[in-house]
Ligand binder design. Structure first.
Ligand SMILES: [Mg+2]
Length: 309
């Protein structure tokens, strides 16, 4: 199966079959260098044509913080349109009627979203039980484990250290539920440097415990089910997911029967598309229906379609 460049005719046909556009954010709307040119106009245009929902694996922002970032760039977006993994993991615990306390290896955004549902948590910020320089690996007396904790959430954590890892692993070894916001290993950058993401921490906890966490973000169906619940049981076959990652965005679309468009402003490149179309095993087996250079191309293609009548 090949991945075709989206053209005006394909877009016109696609619109007939689609009720919802699900848009990834990092690498589509903005990236490490700032906003991506043309994306705002494309989102404005798409919002006049179909319902638009944003779903991001980023665990560092609450729904409201996403909105603030959008507003700074001139977008008009509502909190209810945004499914980030800080919101999604809190929503998952609410949906599963979780009772207890969560140890969070993650940013304050996760704590704020848990607070909205009245879910108790600990662990966010600088660890208060750091491993001393003289502490032997076998000496865990510095760890003060909270007896109430029966769930561990691992997301991206600026204050990650060995003590936090020890706590997360020991809570899970004691029987706590293990949740991962997302498994992305790197954040897309434009300067050639590698910025690690939550997947590195999730892998560390998973290796140490031998337990696979419940994944909340893409390509897990959990985040899509939350959107379906809130959006009148939307039909995945009437959705088109636009994203920059083959292993998360396009994988979720393929698993759930959604149409998909890959953009080349983030993780994926023309080389990836060429690899898919050469059949060299590129794309981890997940093939987008179409690709475009950037989200702004949508506007150009719609104008071309109008001009050709
Ligand atoms: Mg992305």
């Amino acid at each position: 199966m090949a991945c075709r460049r989206l053209d005006a005719k394909c877009l016109s046909d696609l619109l007939k079959d689609i009720d919802y556009f699900l848009l990834d954010i990092d690498g589509v709307i903005w990236n490490a260098a700032g906003d991506i040119q043309g994306s705002r106009e494309a989102v404005e245009t798409l919002q006049t044509l179909r319902a638009v929902i944003f779903l991001s694996n980023c665990s560092c922002l609450t729904r409201e913080e996403f909105v603030s970032n959008f507003e700074e760039l001139g977008y008009n977006v509502k909190p209810g349109q945004i499914y980030g993994t800080a919101y999604a993991v809190a929503s998952y615990l609410k949906d599963t009627r979780f009772r207890g306390k969560v140890y969070v290896m993650g940013t304050p955004s996760i704590g704020k979203e848990l607070d909205k549902f009245g879910i108790k948590h600990t662990g966010i910020g600088v660890d208060k039980d750091p491993v001393g320089a003289t502490c032997r690996p076998t000496d865990l007396t510095h760890l003060s484990l909270d007896p109430e904790v029966n769930c561990v959430i691992v997301g991206y954590d600026n204050y990650f250290n060995i003590s936090k890892l020890q706590k997360a692993v020991n809570y899970i070894a004691r029987g706590a539920i293990s949740l991962a916001t997302h498994e992305d290993l790197c954040y897309p950058t434009t300067d050639g440097l590698v910025t690690i993401d939550a997947g590195v921490l999730v892998a560390a906890v998973g290796e140490a415990t031998g337990k696979t966490p419940i994944l909340i973000g893409k390509p897990s169906r959990i985040i899509l089910e939350q959107i379906r619940r809130d959006a009148h049981q939307l039909d995945p076959s009437r959705c088109c997911l636009i994203g920059d990652s083959l292993s998360t965005d396009i994988a979720l679309a393929a698993r759930c029967g959604m149409r998909s468009i890959l953009v080349l402003t983030g993780q994926s490149t023309q080389k990836d598309v060429d690899g898919i179309n050469c059949g060299d095993g590129g794309g981890d087996g997940f093939v987008p229906d179409y690709y475009i250079d950037g989200l702004g191309d949508i506007v150009t293609l719609l104008r071309q379609g109008e001009a050709s009548g």
